[in-house]
Ligand binder design. Structure first.
Ligand code: B12
Length: 131
């Protein structure tokens, strides 16, 4: 049987080798598209921390003053709902919204910006769209 000292040393080794540091950076890109007007796309680079949410990366990007801005409202059931990107607001009257596409734009996310956890080097698409 392992002594308590050996057990602690083994646990420490496991922690040091396997788990990334809490502040490790996972690079991602955010691509802003407009399928209503076909305005030119804008692409930004940012990062999430280990297992961090997309909203964190969007806040970081906004704070870095590279021309990316966004607003969101809080839904009591589903959390943050993306309302505007770079000054362009969704509009109920025009039936427009900001769609969230993940996995390099190939998949419609089944959760919002407050729940989605991007993978390393993934491109996230924020697409202005009509429903
Ligand atoms: C209609 C609908 C929409 C419409 C809402 C506008 C409208 N007026 O029709 C539109 C097309 C805009 C929409 C968008 C999205 N939706 Co939606 N939507 C629904 C749906 C089918 C019905 C909601 C509803 O009308 N409820 C009845 C009304 C009376 O209740 P309500 O609380 O007022 O409803 C509001 C909220 O549900 C909110 N809402 C709708 N979708 C979402 C998504 C998120 C993340 C948030 C925070 C709020 C929210 O808008 C509704 C109208 O104001 C539900 C599924 C369902 N059957 O419930 C999915 C649902 C809520 N949506 C979902 C998702 C994932 C999205 C998107 C993230 C999809 C995407 N990848 O782009 C986006 C939101 C992106 C963003 N901008 O943040 C998921 C949420 C799951 C989760 N745990 O996060 C659901 C449950 C469907 C699913 N995939 O299972 N959606």
């Amino acid at each position: 049987m392992m002594t308590p000292t050996l057990l602690s040393a083994a646990l420490l080794l496991l922690l040091l080798s396997g788990a990334p540091a809490a502040d490790s950076q996972t690079p991602i890109s955010i691509n802003v598209m407009n399928s209503v007007t076909n305005a030119p796309n804008q692409t930004y680079s940012t990062h999430v921390v280990f297992r961090g949410i997309l909203l964190g990366a969007m806040r970081r990007l906004q704070a870095s003053n590279v021309g990316f801005s966004f607003t969101y409202s809080e839904d009591s059931n589903y959390g943050p709902f993306l309302e505007s990107v770079n000054g362009l607001d969704r509009c109920s009257h025009d039936r427009t919204y900001w769609e969230l596409l993940v996995k390099n734009g190939t998949v419609t996310a089944d959760v919002g910006i407050g729940c989605y956890i991007p993978n390393a080097n993934e491109t996230i698409v924020l697409n202005f769209k009509q429903y």
